[in-house]
Design a protein around this ligand. Structure first.
Ligand SMILES: NC(=O)c1ccc[n+]([C@@H]2O[C@H](COP(=O)([O-])OP(=O)(O)OC[C@H]3O[C@@H](n4cnc5c(N)ncnc54)[C@H](OP(=O)(O)O)[C@@H]3O)[C@@H](O)[C@H]2O)c1
Length: 344
């Protein structure tokens, strides 16, 4: 492998642009090739970044010996096929969240990663964020944990389009869209990273019909039961929320200002048992200095793993990706949401 990790990017949408800003901050990153469904779009995107190689076929790009790794920035329902094609050509894969349409597809992807002995990682930035990692170091201080409470609600322009009858990929069942897949996942993934698989869950999702008659969720709330603790999450693409994420333990609390990208983290040690008239608790700011860009952390993790010939991240593990998808499958099942990709 060359000194730099040479990436081939699939998809020329806004997420590819977004993550590249962070990727280029890692001196070990190099952009080698662009793959798009359209030759013109591939060439236009490549020209913007001074990249010479363009492709319209993922397998051709993944067969190129100068490509070490493939980043997938395409709609959810396309992840599995693209990832497996790349892995079958021996390439490491960094795949946008959610890893796939459903748990069955994630299992196929994990099997392909193992069969080809290649690295596969979900591009979930929340758990790799420096402030989240710092906060995790305080878990022992607050344990035993009794509650995880997380919120990610952001009014979306694409919700307005949906109301106007235009179904973009983020709300398209054929693309395995919906709010839980798009932003609900940010409240669930870090919870699974910290506490594993819940014993049970009860999901209440608000759904709207799309023109083909199927349902898609636009917001939701989910309650989870764990041994000795509860968890609750809310997410929405129809309204904003500024609620922080809180990890509450018997010996203290951790507050994260935003779960998708934590910019401020606080630790609040539980001082003394009170009956309601104690002094307000002292908040300790445990925020660290952020990277130059919020997406840098996922490339740092992925390139570190490749550099040390690791096939899996200990943070964004394959089991975490699978458990998260199983949870989302169950939340959809409880609310009558199915995707064409569920009917294999
Ligand atoms: N990590 C984050 O912060 C973040 C933020 C937003 C989105 N995402 C994730 O990024 C992925 C893409 O989301 P998006 O909103 O950017 O999607 P999008 O705009 O609908 O599509 C992104 C790109 O994928 C390609 N594409 C579109 N439809 C396709 C299809 N049917 N088959 C193959 N390629 C297709 C297109 O590139 P070409 O025309 O060049 O083929 C398009 O520009 C999703 O998995 C989403 O969850 C992550």
């Amino acid at each position: 492998m060359a000194n730099k990790i040479r990436f081939g990017f699939v998809g020329t949408g806004r997420i590819s642009d977004w993550v590249l800003k962070g990727a280029f901050l890692d001196p070990r990153f190099s952009l080698e090739a662009i793959c798009s469904r359209s030759k013109e779009r591939a060439e236009a995107f490549a020209a913007k970044y001074g990249v010479k190689k363009t492709f319209t076929d993922v397998e051709e790009m993944a067969s190129d010996p100068d490509v070490d790794a493939v980043y997938i920035g395409t709609p959810n329902a396309t992840h599995k096929d693209i990832a497996i094609k790349a892995m079958n050509k021996g390439k490491a894969v960094l795949c946008e969240k959610p890893m796939a349409s459903n748990a069955a597809e994630v299992r196929e992807m994990i099997a392909a990663a193992k069969a080809n002995d290649v690295l596969l990682m979900e591009a979930m930035i929340s758990t790799l964020n420096p402030n989240f990692k710092e906060a995790v170091r305080y878990m022992d201080e607050i344990s035993p944990v009794r509650h995880w409470s997380s919120s990610f609600c952001q009014y979306s322009a694409r919700y307005e389009k949906l109301l106007g009858g235009e179904v973009t990929s983020v709300f398209d069942p054929a693309m395995a869209g919906g709010a839980i897949m798009d932003i609900g996942i940010y409240t669930i993934y870090p919870m699974v990273r910290l506490f594993g698989k819940p014993d049970s869950l009860c999901a209440s999702l608000r759904t709207l019909p799309v023109p083909d008659g199927s349902l898609i969720d636009v917001s939701g709330s989910i309650q989870f039961s764990y041994p000795g603790m509860h968890a609750s999450v809310i997410y929405s693409k129809t309204d904003d929320s500024f609620l922080p994420t809180e990890i509450a333990g018997e010996k203290g609390n951790i507050l994260l200002d935003q779960i998708h990208i934590t910019r401020k983290a606080e630790y609040i040690p539980h001082s003394a048992p009170t009956s309601g008239r104690g002094l307000p608790p002292e908040r300790q700011d445990i925020t660290c200095s952020m990277d130059g860009d919020e997406y840098q952390c996922e490339f740092r993790e992925f390139i570190d793993l490749l550099t040390y010939s690791k096939k899996e991240s200990a943070v964004n593990s394959l089991q975490t990706s699978l458990t998260v998808m199983e949870i989302i499958d169950e939340a959809r099942r409880q609310n009558g949401i199915t995707f064409p990709s569920d009917k294999i």
